[in-house]
Design a protein around this ligand. Structure first.
Ligand code: PFF
Length: 454
């Protein structure tokens, strides 16, 4: 078994964790949710959820990972031996494994669209909705793209913590931020874009229904990669001088900025084209945008080409850094728990994900009518179980664990780096209060509602 390594620098720590957080959730899911949830009102609630629920949970996962320096399952085993809390460690490993199976399908789609954008194929699509349905519903093409992105992720993970995860994040994250800045400028410069800005900046509070609040909360968790074992696993590679609260603050700030910037890219562009509405749903990125690109840049094809290539490259980079972080918890578990070598552990995770991924991938085509579990397709089942069940459940358990069960000295020593940092007493008291009361009640509320029990 390889010797356990840490990330080599504080920058590496922030970029790797931000790489996990910034993903399809920001560029694909967030604008969709904003579009459906009424724009600025949704963003307002989302930011509150990030600060009050997301940040404390992220810091909690950091505490567990950095204190134990172990994979998620063994971390809980060390902190609460022979207790039911150990189940949460395994839940983290399984949740990320589940997510990887369907996340890689959508990551594959982004690669297909990037390739099409590069060869100029996107501008020739006349009916983007039919095109997307034909592609995602076919058998081999989506499978090939899913396999290619999975193998890219495999190549990063197999190289380990420093030369794989850290180095790739240091390369991909700055590139991603640069592309975002460029695309925001492009989008703003399109005629008619101001309607999109108004939609994003002017809250219409009448749109704030309880279901919008619930989706904002779910989106915040998914986007920050909370309760899936990733942050806990990454934190197990943090050095002892890493500042947990500051790192969590930076990651949440980068993640939220990228999400809002993605809205700034998407909506001015969407509003600048007549007959395209912001509430197009999950198809926004794969159906609406190609249409936007081809219409908006009909007279300046080169600009349309550049804009679309950059956009899908951004989406692919974001997806890849997140996939890497989703791959690592099960890999670290197999590697450390069963004392396997990294190449073997990585290969097992990749092969299992590819096998299950085939079922998710074909859910849009040959297996569309195959719904053995709860009447859902395989893709929807994996999405539902991980995002709607495992994720809130994990959030509740982590908050209760750190709030009530974990020794307070461990919490304080991790927050203050063994007393070398000054963290005000009120901050620690507020942190514990949120974990003990607000988070379990709020997330428990969503959970029960999502399950349709109230
Ligand atoms: N946070 C990622 C995103 O916004 O796309 C998705 C993700 C990463 C989910 C890591 C789960 C995870 F463990």
């Amino acid at each position: 078994m390889e010797k356990r390594k840490n990330f080599s620098s504080k920058l590496g720590i922030v970029l790797a964790s931000a790489g996990s957080a910034v993903g399809l959730g920001n560029v694909w899911r967030f604008p969709t949710e904003v579009g459906e949830g009424g724009g600025a009102a949704f963003i307002l609630v989302y930011v509150l959820c990030v600060v009050l629920l997301g940040l404390p949970l992220m810091v909690s996962e950091f505490i567990i990972g950095r204190y134990t320096h172990k994979n998620t399952a063994d971390a809980y085993r060390q902190l609460a031996p022979r207790s039911g809390w150990i189940a949460q460690g395994y839940l983290g490993v399984f949740t990320s494994w589940f997510i990887l199976c369907y996340y890689s399908v959508v990551a594959g789609w982004t690669m297909k669209y990037l390739v099409e954008a590069i060869v100029g194929g996107l501008s020739e699509i006349s009916d983007s909705s039919a095109y997307f349905a034909a592609f995602s519903g076919s058998t081999w093409e989506p499978l090939v793209y899913m396999t290619v992105v999975m193998l890219l992720c495999h190549l990063v993970i197999i190289r380990g913590v420093q030369s794989g995860i850290e180095r790739s994040s240091k390369l991909m994250m700055p590139l991603l931020l640069l592309i975002i800045a460029m695309l925001v400028v492009f989008s703003f410069s399109m005629p008619g874009s101001s309607a999109g800005l108004t939609f994003l900046l002017k809250p219409d509070l009448s749109k704030l229904t309880s279901s919008v609040i619930l989706s904002a909360m779910g989106q915040a968790f998914f986007s920050l990669s909370i309760a899936m074992g990733c942050l806990c696993t990454y934190a197990s590679y943090f050095t002892d001088d890493a500042r947990l609260v500051k790192t969590a603050g930076s990651v949440a700030a980068i993640d939220t900025t990228v999400a809002i910037m993605s809205g700034f890219i998407m909506f001015p562009a969407v509003f600048s084209v007549e007959a395209v509405t912001p509430d197009a749903g999950p198809g926004l990125v794969f159906i609406t945008l190609p249409h936007v690109f081809s219409i908006a840049f009909g007279n300046v094809p080169l600009l349309g080409w550049f804009f679309s290539v950059m956009f899908y490259l951004l989406l692919l980079l974001a997806a890849l850094t997140s996939m890497v972080s989703i791959h690592e918890p099960p890999t670290a578990f197999l590697l450390e728990h069963f004392k396997l070598s990294r190449p073997v552990a990585t290969t097992i995770v990749t092969v299992v994900c590819l096998c299950v991924g085939v079922l998710c991938c074909l859910s849009f085509g040959p297996l569309a009518d195959c719904r053995p579990l709860f009447g859902l397709t395989f893709f929807d089942f994996f999405d539902f179980v991980s995002a709607k069940i495992f994720l809130p459940l994990g959030g509740i358990i982590i908050s209760l664990f750190v709030g009530w069960r974990l020794d307070r000295d461990i919490v304080v020593s991790q927050l203050t780096n063994n007393g070398s940092l000054h963290i005000p007493a009120w901050f620690i008291a507020a942190f514990i209060f949120l974990l003990r009361w607000l988070i379990p009640l709020a997330v428990g509320g969503i959970f029960i509602r999502e399950l349709g029990l109230i």
